[in-house]
Design a protein. Structure first.
Length: 121
């Protein structure tokens, strides 16, 4: 049984038996533990073949998403940079293969505790 409580719509929910949880992820939950993942559904053509960083990141054909084992982050000389490289390159893979309007979606990286200026069109 899934013993985690979670909130939805501001109300606490009771746990559900594993066989009543919403899945496609249920069967793959064990594989995902200890990994960052990036999924893009529906998966555009070429997404799986797009190069991503850092070394150790890979596309899992069974899950249909990129994975980065936590050990690759933990053992890195720059864990934050390693994770950011994965997040940025998997975003780029989704944006480029999905033909997203990146100009309308993207903004510069912010600084912690410093609000970005508001630009009104």
């Amino acid at each position: 049984m899934n013993t985690a409580h979670y909130k939805r719509g501001g109300r606490q929910r009771q746990p559900q038996p594993d066989n009543q949880r919403h899945a496609p992820f249920q069967a793959d939950e064990q594989r995902r533990r200890g990994q960052q993942h990036c999924a893009n559904h529906p998966t555009p053509e070429g997404f799986a073949d797009h190069p991503v960083k850092p070394e150790g990141a890979y596309f899992d054909n069974d899950l249909g998403e990129f994975l980065l084992p936590y050990k690759a982050i933990q053992s890195s000389d720059d864990p934050r940079g390693t994770l950011m490289a994965f997040l940025q390159t998997t975003y780029e893979a989704a944006a480029e293969t999905g033909d997203w309007d990146r100009g309308a979606l993207e903004c510069g990286l912010g600084q912690p505790r410093v609000p970005r200026p508001l630009h009104r069109g």
